[in-house]
Design a protein around this ligand. Sequence first.
Ligand code: SAH
Length: 264
Amino acid sequence: MNKVRPKKSLGQHFLHDQQIARRIVDGLVIENKPMPLLEIGPGMGVLTRYLTGRDEIDLKVAEIDRESIAYLKQHFPLLEGRIIEGDVLEAEWPSVFQGHFAVIGNFPYNISSQIFFKVLENRDRVDQVVCMLQKEVADRLAASHGSKTYGILSVLLQAFFKITYLFKVPPGVFTPPPKVMSAVIRLERNDVERLPCDEVLFFRVVKQAFNTRRKTLRNALKNLNLPAEISGLEIMDKRAEQLSVGEFVSLTLIIEQRRGGAAG
Ligand code: SAH
């Protein structure tokens, strides 16, 4: 069977370096065996090769591209009944596995942020993510407060996951080569089961604060209708990128406690 013809619209850049593929797979921390694992976007299976047929891994893959699906079915008979055909963003993640699971993949770069929002939605189930993505995005996710690249996903992901930067990958190991550098990172769920504040409000505060990241929080959070006593606080002179994850939690707590039911 012929190789899959790379489609730009699906973010297809096929890795052809086996050593890197192996290093990505080795990035997984396997604790409870067999570990349920969802691979996103297997393509022609360069990672899948090192994941199927292993006793310690219970693998399922999600792929949207029909041509790749046909290729996988032909080359990886062990995937029988384990291919979720379609858009991984539309899939019901909790029904893929019974309990907790890990995620792996060379992510389609055009939807990597959306995949992370999906990971966040499923944070009670997703214990670990090992993925390759655009280096610039990897840097952003791992950034600390004070950095220009610190943003919504840095705060939200770091609230629930420990992020480890594993290694960089140059464009030349892909067909076709992407225009950007890539990087491999690992996210491991931390032991914060629930934040000490209202989590829905926390997400809103973080998103709202970064929406106009150059404004002070006092201005950025205007449409949350905060009472004057909160707007007057010193922390409100700061900008979103100056606040650590812990400070966002504290701010949410303050809002929650003093806002007294005012709708935002
Ligand atoms: N893992 C392969 C392919 C990486 S390219 C490799 O490393 O070579 C990204 C893969 O994600 C492609 O196979 C593409 O078809 C798939 N993909 C893109 N959008 C997707 C989506 N919304 N849901 C599931 N898979 C998707």
